[in-house]
Design a binder for this molecule. Structure first.
Ligand SMILES: *Cc1c(COP(=O)(O)O)cnc(C)c1O
Length: 427
């Protein structure tokens, strides 16, 4: 498709990156289930390996089905390029990898998906990296946490699961004042509801496992690059600005300009870390994205109805949905996410931990599962599951205290979901 930016979001969700298969005319993007690609001759092979020519070598690095998905998501997010990888968590490592080194740190929001809190507070230490957790409601504290060794600032657009909306323009300003990239996890919002790049983000990461695929069939992730960051403005990002020994001294930023981060992600990140998305998974995610806007509209509509119903029920202590007027983030959500704030929220029950366990056990339509962002409605009690590894203080900071359930509203009939909740909530 040419001249992509002139089309609307729904059109791009179906067409961006795709064209009829040049070999067969197949209208749907084929699943190129191949490990390798035949070189035309030795010169062609050498040019590909030297990054002098763009093409396909080996599916750990590039694959035509995955390439369509990369172009589609980059287009929907308003980025210049994207690198797909094997999970959302892989995407977070892939986003940080070119920026970090032993001794460096990333300043991250306390309001993150529980798995991300564990990844950042524990696992990245094995690489000699560290994370400084800060409440992003206090932007002065975010600025104050940045030191000489900080290489990125990280937050979620709408946080999973707390119904928290980050002030993205303010976070982008703090990062930019410090000469650092802002990385935004846009999983819970999707590009349909929010484009963090338009609010100043440098990189956007997604777990495609959730709304992008949309039906709980795939584990995948993606890093989208805005192409706007000047990696050579300081000496902080040598992997992108300095000669790369693994490519005969090639300088990624000088050579590839705004595509430096994307090329580095493929040529170094996927090549050497190997967190590659397989073409079958890319196919499922492409299918999912074709209906992204229709699904997100219904997710938002249902979520608002159900959040309003819950808020008025006397068994409920609080509902944290940024689409509710009672939410402290309502005005910010309206400004940043005018189409809605997605299908995820948390509910605090007056009956505490035990009532949460009973509710989760009794529901019939809602499934008790660890993922959000499915066509079907899902529920989980974070304190006894996803957020179990966290201290109670971390749980509360992440919006997942002991009396809280996280609900992911699907695209079923809202009345059916309300009836199910009404019957299962302990009296
Ligand atoms: C699920 C999730 C992740 C991790 O993604 P995986 O695909 O499960 O690795 C990261 N961030 C958010 C907001 C998520 O919901």
């Amino acid at each position: 498709m040419t001249d992509a930016p002139s089309y609307g979001f729904d059109t791009l969700s179906i067409h961006a990156g795709a064209r009829p298969d040049p070999a067969t005319g197949a209208r749907q993007t084929p699943i190129y289930q191949t490990t390798a690609y035949v070189f035309r001759d030795a010169d062609h092979a050498a040019a590909l390996f030297n990054l002098q020519e763009v093409g396909y070598i080996y599916s750990r690095l590039t694959n035509p089905t995955v390439a369509v998905l990369q172009e589609r998501i980059a287009t929907l997010e308003g980025g210049v390029g994207a690198v797909c990888c094997s999970s959302g968590h892989a995407a977070q490592i892939m986003a940080l990898f070119p920026l970090m080194a032993p001794g460096r740190n990333v300043v991250v929001s306390t309001r993150l998906y529980g798995g991300s809190i564990t990844q950042f507070s524990q696992t990245i230490k094995r690489f000699g990296w560290s994370a400084k957790f800060v409440d992003f409601e206090d932007m002065e504290a975010v600025a104050a946490a940045i030191d000489e060794d900080t290489r990125a600032v990280f937050c979620e657009s709408v946080a999973n699961p707390g119904g928290y909306v980050t002030d993205l323009p303010a976070a982008a300003q703090v990062a930019s004042d410090a000469g650092l990239p802002l990385i935004v996890d846009n999983t819970s919002a999707t590009p349909y509801l929010c484009n963090p790049i338009a609010h100043g983000a440098t990189l956007v990461v997604h777990s495609m496992t959730k709304y992008l695929t949309g039906n709980g069939t795939v584990t995948g992730g993606v890093v989208v690059d805005s192409g706007r960051f000047d990696w050579s403005a300081s000496d902080k990002f040598p992997s992108l600005s300095q000669p790369e020994p693994a490519y005969h001294g090639l300088k990624f930023h000088e050579t590839f300009g705004p595509l430096a981060f994307t090329f580095h992600g493929i040529a170094i990140g996927l090549r050497d870390l190997g967190m590659t998305l397989n073409p079958q998974a890319a196919h499922y995610t492409l299918m999912g994205i074709e209906t992204l806007s229709l699904r997100m509209e219904r997710h938002c509509e249902n979520a608002l109805k159900i959040a309003q119903w819950l808020e008025n029920d006397d068994r409920i202590e609080a509902v944290t949905y940024a689409g509710l007027e009672s939410s402290p983030y309502y005005d910010r959500a309206k400004a940043l996410f005018p189409k809605g704030t997605g299908g995820l929220f948390t509910v605090a029950l007056k009956g505490g931990y035990d009532a949460c366990v009973e509710l989760v056990g009794k529901l019939e339509l809602f499934s008790h599962v660890a993922n959000p962002g499915d066509t079907r409605s899902l529920i989980i009690h974070p304190a006894s599951t996803t957020h179990r590894q966290l201290t109670e203080q971390q749980q509360i900071a992440a919006g997942a205290g002991p009396n809280v359930v996280r609900i992911s509203i699907g695209i079923e009939n809202a009345e059916d979901l309300i009836r199910d909740l009404d019957a299962a909530l302990p009296r």
